[in-house]
Design a protein around this ligand. Structure first.
Ligand code: PEP
Ligand code: MN
Length: 338
């Protein structure tokens, strides 16, 4: 960290800054220029924050010089990390597709969804048992019964399962039911206590981008999971809020190459929650694979009109199968399998 002193900062102000740096166990490097003094804090500066220095007398501004995330940074880990998601590698040469309904509803719905997504080539199945709904009066998910229906349907097709955890109090249940991949939704990306809890497990975590989160905030959220010891992280871009209201969210595809440059962990894309309309899903999916996504998370329902959640964005198994054929061509064009 560098602390820039005001031109008229006196010796006492410089010494106070120096003392604070030393008190945090870092070394001090002072550079006295003709107009102002720069104070460098040398050592693990992640313990320091600009707000620790900015209000001090004589300080003009202070800034980090290294990134605040470390375990997730490619800077420290050059090779791509491939995550073992219930036996399916995510982050390697193959673009992996996770598909299934927004929410688990009935056994026949899940059986039909599982058969449809498996036949089309999806490698993991999704389904929400605990749903983060905007209104408390709408369907909230089936809860633990939903986890069981998801597991049974997916197991019937040999697919590992992905499902959202909203509350740390349910983590034990997720572990007992051996959920293969825990999804942290957009609304919980900065639920730091929840991130710490999943960080204590070794389960792969799909960390969706907060709908208004910057890439730095997203990477720092992942660092919470990683700092707890869980290095099985998959980033998922799912669209962000902007001034545009013509579609549900804006799929930020620029985030894919930028994030892949910043982190060694896989980056996948959820075109369903980004577009919010089934007809938009194919174009967004193709674009995501072309942009370098390591996987896709797509909502598929055997009968979208009857879906209890996100009906407008679910593909039918037939539409999904057609899309998978199209995606194989796109993946091939960018040197990947699907
Ligand atoms: C979901 O995947 O069903 C979901 C609720 O996603 P998001 O957190 O991206 O809104
Ligand atoms: Mn949904």
């Amino acid at each position: 960290m560098i602390i820039v002193m005001q031109p008229d900062a006196d010796e006492a102000a410089i010494q106070a800054v120096e003392a604070k740096i030393l008190a945090h166990g870092l070394q001090v490097h002072i550079s006295r220029g003709t107009e102002r003094t720069l104070i460098g804090a040398v050592g693990d500066e992640r313990k320091l924050e600009p707000e620790m220095f900015d209000p001090m007398p004589g300080v003009e501004k202070s800034m980090h010089i290294v990134k605040q995330y470390k375990i997730v940074a490619r800077e420290w880990h050059k090779a791509n990390t491939v995550i073992d998601a219930g036996g399916v590698p995510i982050g390697g040469d193959t673009v992996q597709v996770i598909a299934g309904p927004c929410s688990v509803e009935t056994a026949p719905q899940m059986a039909a969804a599982a058969a449809g997504v498996k036949a089309a080539g999806a490698r993991l199945m999704r389904g929400g048992a605990f749903k983060p709904r905007t209104s408390p009066y709408t369907f909230q998910g089936m809860g633990v019964d939903g986890l069981e229906l998801l597991r049974a349907a997916a197991e019937g097709q040999g697919l590992p399962i992905v499902t959202e955890l909203m509350d740390a109090r349910m983590l034990e249940t997720f572990l007992e039911r051996d959920v293969d991949v825990i999804q942290i939704g957009t609304r919980n990306m900065q639920n730091f206590d929840l991130l710490k809890e999943v960080g204590r497990t070794s389960k792969p975590v799909i960390l969706k981008r907060g709908m208004s989160a910057t890439l730095n905030e997203w990477l720092m959220a992942a660092e919470y999971v990683a700092a707890g010891g869980n290095h099985n992280i998959i980033f998922c871009e799912r669209g962000i809020r902007t001034f545009e209201t013509a579609y549900r969210n804006v799929l930020d595809l620029t985030a894919v190459p930028v994030l892949k440059r910043e982190t060694h962990f896989p980056v996948i894309v959820d075109p369903s929650h980004a577009g919010g309309k089934a007809w938009l899903v194919p174009a967004l999916s193709c674009a995501a694979v072309a942009a370098g996504a390591d996987g896709l998370l797509i909502e598929v329902h055997p009968n979208p009109c009857e879906a209890l959640c996100d009906a407008d964005q679910a593909l039918t198994p037939e539409e999904f199968s057609k899309l998978m054929t199209q995606l194989r061509g796109v993946a091939r064009a960018v040197g990947r399998d699907l």
